[in-house]
Design a protein around this ligand. Structure first.
Ligand SMILES: C[S@@+](CC[C@H](N)C(=O)[O-])C[C@H]1O[C@@H](n2cnc3c(N)ncnc32)[C@H](O)[C@@H]1O
Length: 259
């Protein structure tokens, strides 16, 4: 039997809106991922593992013809409900696995997959499928959490120091650098480049956000005046852009390799 998170409840997803660094990370990741797919009028865009469908709807609102592909009945039902409530252009919802996309070769101008590839049991095959359904010269866009980010490394080192040298009790529960139970792969930049590079001519590899989830950083940006906090977050994001190995999330985009 195939083991996937069809009944997930989003409890392991970044808690948006709870802290400024989470809010910033989520908004920035979404804006940059969608922009890389260039969802303009006349463009056909596929959102793989579209979840609740919010990104597919946002791209449809920009004029693109968007298809959201998602295996979970629960997620697809939610997306259909949300789009029935929404005014404006609609996306099309299709049930489908990422490693066997139910579309012909060269059907789309772009395919994106945000925050989901580490949930797939066959991520390599999923990237191959995205490359297959995108036309030559089109674009595949991936947004992936980096478990070797500066924040993960620093938090892990801090916890080790407290536990080994200060004799403090090991923290219980999942720490933000622990891979959630519903992930199949623990990604860092080299693995992302290797897997994506097999099927794509990579044109963009950039980081998004720095220090997300580090308790001292979260507290600092929470306490500063709002304008200053967001300009600090933006500055950290600019640094992360050029240093994907340290960033919280990595965006990879490229053209399908010619077969
Ligand atoms: C964290 S959610 C991300 C959803 C959406 N892309 C977003 O950014 O909100 C992960 C999604 O991956 C889907 N998923 C898990 N395994 C999958 C697979 N093998 N193929 C396609 N989708 C899968 C889940 O049903 C879930 O909707």
């Amino acid at each position: 039997m195939r083991v996937v998170d069809l009944d997930r409840d989003m409890s392991d997803v970044i808690p948006t809106g709870t802290t400024r660094d989470s809010e910033h990370l989520f908004e920035r990741m979404t804006a940059l991922t969608l922009a890389l797919a260039r969802p303009g009028p006349g463009r056909r865009v596929l959102d793989v593992a579209s979840g609740f469908g919010q990104d597919a709807l946002a791209m449809a609102a920009q004029g693109a013809h968007v298809v959201g592909a998602e295996p979970s009945a629960r997620m697809t039902a939610w997306a259909r409900l949300k789009s029935a409530e929404a005014d404006g252009p609609q996306a099309q919802w299709v049930r489908g696995w990422s490693d066997g996309l139910p579309f012909a070769d060269d059907s789309f101008d772009a395919a994106l997959c945000k925050g989901a590839i580490d949930h797939f049991d066959r991520p390599d095959q999923a990237i191959a499928e995205m490359a297959r359904v995108v036309r030559p010269g089109g674009r595949v866009v991936l947004a992936i959490a980096n478990f070797e980010s500066l924040a993960c490394r620093a938090a892990r080192a801090g916890d080790r120091f407290r536990e080994r040298w200060l004799g403090r009790a090991v923290r219980r529960g999942r720490r933000h650098y622990d891979v959630p139970a519903d992930h199949f792969t623990r990604y860092e930049v080299d693995l992302m480049r290797e897997q994506a590079g097999e099927h794509l001519e990579l044109e963009t590899v950039r980081g998004v956000s720095l220090c997300w989830g580090l308790p001292s950083w979260t507290r600092l940006v929470q306490r500063l005046p709002e304008k200053l906090a967001f300009s600090l977050l933006r500055t950290a994001d600019d640094i992360a852009g050029g240093m994907p190995s340290l960033a919280d999330v990595v965006l990879l985009a490229g053209r399908p390799r010619a077969l």
